[in-house]
Ligand binder design. Structure first.
Ligand SMILES: [Zn+2]
Length: 327
């Protein structure tokens, strides 16, 4: 990204996110943008427009432990748990003054409790991992529905369930899902799991996708905003979403993939046997997880996608690959 372009992103603040090249997990299990002893925590961070970054859900769906979470934050920044709570807090104080905005997710008591329990300003690992799992579940469901493979829906749900002991002391397979800053157990229900309910599978899967997506995009707001300065009389007011935290934008991409009526919003599974991660297709030739990064071709000056790790690994294992595969 050129200096002028970078400045433009920095200035149009409603639409920016920032990578965290010094991200680390604290001893208390919170992913922070930089540890306290870090001298220049913002150094090297890049601002970008997350609404343009379709690779966000792909990358989050592959997060499964601290190491991969740190890798995600270094490329894309924090998911924004603490940011989100802070914004909620500001809204609540507004409510007291104006009584016009009712938050669907949290009441004041819950919010106070969550803010108090946050030792460091960042993403608590259990929450982050639940977010990543939920994104992966939603994308795998979208992929199965897209292929009209309704039998596969049940397998997807079963693969994601964990044994959970309910209030009646009985253990049942349930899904651990993240909605906004909350994490909750969710019972998949007969429509998704019962072998006799095959005819209802697509609809049940669609409901589950709604349950996963909607609470996570509930706080995005349409806003008019003035874009960055381009020249003395160059002004075109823009309309777009204002986000509070990065996870909302990740889910906005997932919502677009579920809606699926725009080009480049189909979901596929990586063909590398050991990966099988879902990703949003931006080029029909893609068979493997696309790389998270782009590079500038020195010869042509054009921006190109980076080399896919999974494609490279597949080639190493199987020797060669289809000529149609994109690097
Ligand atoms: Zn892959």
């Amino acid at each position: 990204m050129g200096a002028a372009e970078k400045r433009q992103y920095d200035e149009s603040r409603h639409k920016t996110a920032r990578s965290a090249p010094h991200a680390a997990v604290t001893p208390r299990g919170i992913l922070v943008a930089a540890p306290l002893e870090c001298e220049n925590p913002r150094e090297g961070g890049l601002s970008y427009d997350p609404f343009q970054r379709i690779s966000l859900p792909n990358a989050l769906a592959r997060v499964k432990d601290e190491r991969s979470a740190v890798r995600f934050a270094r490329a894309y920044g924090l998911l924004g748990y603490a940011d989100f709570l802070n914004f909620q807090w500001q809204d609540l104080t507004l409510v007291d003054r104006r009584r016009m905005f009712d938050d669907p997710l949290l009441d004041e008591g819950q919010l106070k409790e969550l803010l108090r329990s946050l030792d460091d300003y960042g993403d608590p690992m259990p929450w982050l991992l639940a977010q990543a799992r939920s994104v992966r579940l939603a994308m795998e469901l979208i992929e199965a529905i897209g292929r009209k493979e309704f039998k596969a829906v049940r397998d997807v749900v079963l693969r994601h369930t964990l044994p959970h002991v309910g209030s009646d002391q009985k253990s049942r397979p349930q899904l651990l899902v993240a909605g906004g800053p909350s994490v909750k157990w969710f019972a998949p229900g007969r429509g998704l799991l019962h072998p006799d309910m095959e005819a209802m599978r697509a609809r049940s899967a669609a409901y589950l996708i709604e349950e996963l997506v909607n609470p996570n995009v509930a706080s995005l707001r349409w806003q008019l905003f003035t874009p960055a300065y381009r020249g003395p009389n160059e002004l075109e007011i823009e309309l777009g979403f204002e986000h509070r935290a990065l996870f909302e934008v990740v889910w906005w991409h997932v919502a677009n993939a579920a809606f699926g009526r725009r080009p480049g919003t189909r979901v596929r599974l990586c063909e590398l046997e050991t990966c099988r991660a879902p990703f949003i297709v931006t080029d029909e030739r893609q068979r493997f997880c696309p790389a998270d990064y782009t590079y500038t071709d020195k010869r042509t000056g054009k921006t190109r996608p980076g080399r896919s790790r999974c494609a490279a690994l597949y080639q190493k294992r199987h020797g060669g690959q289809s000529k149609t595969e994109k690097p």
